[in-house]
Design a protein around this ligand. Sequence first.
Ligand SMILES: Cc1cc2nc3c(=O)[nH]c(=O)nc-3n(C[C@H](O)[C@H](O)[C@H](O)COP(=O)(O)OP(=O)(O)OC[C@H]3O[C@@H](n4cnc5c(N)ncnc54)[C@H](O)[C@@H]3O)c2cc1C
Length: 373
Amino acid sequence: MSTTKADQSLVVLGAGVIGLTIAYLAALTEDVSFNIRVVARELPAEDMDSQGLENNQGANWAPMELGGRDQRVREWEQKTFNKLWDMIPTGLVKLLPARAYAAQEGNASDLWWKDLAQNIRILPPSDIPEPFKAGVAFDTISVNPVEYLPWLQSELISRGVTFERRNVRSLDELRNLVGPDGILVNASSLGSRSIIGVEDTKLYPIRGQTILVHAPGLQECLMGELKTEEVTYIIPRPGTGQPGTAILGGTYQSRSWDTSLDMQIAKRIFDRCAALAPCLKSAESRIMKHNVGLRPAREGGPRVELERIPLPLQSTHGLVPCNESPTNDRDHDQGSMLVVHAYGFGPGGYQRSWGAAEEVLGLIKAQVALKRT
Ligand SMILES: Cc1cc2nc3c(=O)[nH]c(=O)nc-3n(C[C@H](O)[C@H](O)[C@H](O)COP(=O)(O)OP(=O)(O)OC[C@H]3O[C@@H](n4cnc5c(N)ncnc54)[C@H](O)[C@@H]3O)c2cc1C
């Protein structure tokens, strides 16, 4: 069956890297014509400094524990790494030489990511700084969220995708926008903990405090092993808007919702990073900004899953806020809404984005195909 323009309604809740990448892949799809609307409390172009949109990070590809033990996550990371690697010529993505230091000696052939990153080699003991015992050098990629998210948004706008700023308290608020045959993508990250109809209590934050510096001498990504809540990393950022900048990190504080700045922690971050990269103390380096963000983690890993939600919403005891829709009859069956959830990407939303978005699009297309048979 052939499609006409604006065939399939698709509403994406959330305009972070996950929501935007899903919308982007859907907009580019040739076999289904989507009519796409992105709804979010924070939008990239206007809210890049907001803590509701995670943009205060490197953001690079780095080996993370979940990628080592979860095949699905590993595949998302592989696809994303390859996609971002191919985007290096655009200038939005930087090829980043990296060194990861470990507290224990190890063997490069044991690394689960040896076929994912590029040019992996074990560092000789003379290249390992105190207090580390081993180290691996490799080539990775990094993006600058402050340029990357607005780029995704402008690409979407140029393809006819519309954006709406809105705080959604309950999934059924989007019912009219989605329409009877439409599909909702829920990419609302930590918001899914409190949006009625999702209320996912497995979600939790991992607090990350960082410092943005101007330090043109930093050309390499340096990372210390993740063993405590206070970690050490330096990630030079790509892009033309903030040349010569890097993110210094950081903290990894599970279940802390505290978004206030702690200058004692900032001092420790700076000192640890300066011990690895003394150029941070040179005259040409300066601090530009302190950041605190929350990584949207989830017990059991990210949720990418299709759900058909009956309307009115069940298990809410009739307590759903009802401010705007006179048709919001809570007593009668109102059908259902098809939702694809995509949230809980924790410390790796950027490095999992293209692979996860591809899986989401596969779920959506399968539903569209089902409807047509
Ligand atoms: C310090 C730090 C360092 C990091 N480093 C890296 C890294 O190096 N590499 C990497 O891959 N990842 C990194 N991350 C993680 C990465 O930032 C996140 O995984 C990623 O941003 C999550 O993207 P998202 O689209 O799911 O959510 P978000 O970017 O949080 O976007 C969520 C969207 O949903 C909207 N929303 C939420 N609730 C509602 C609501 N009720 N109504 C309407 N809209 C709503 C928001 O407004 C926003 O538009 C880091 C994070 C931090 C904090």
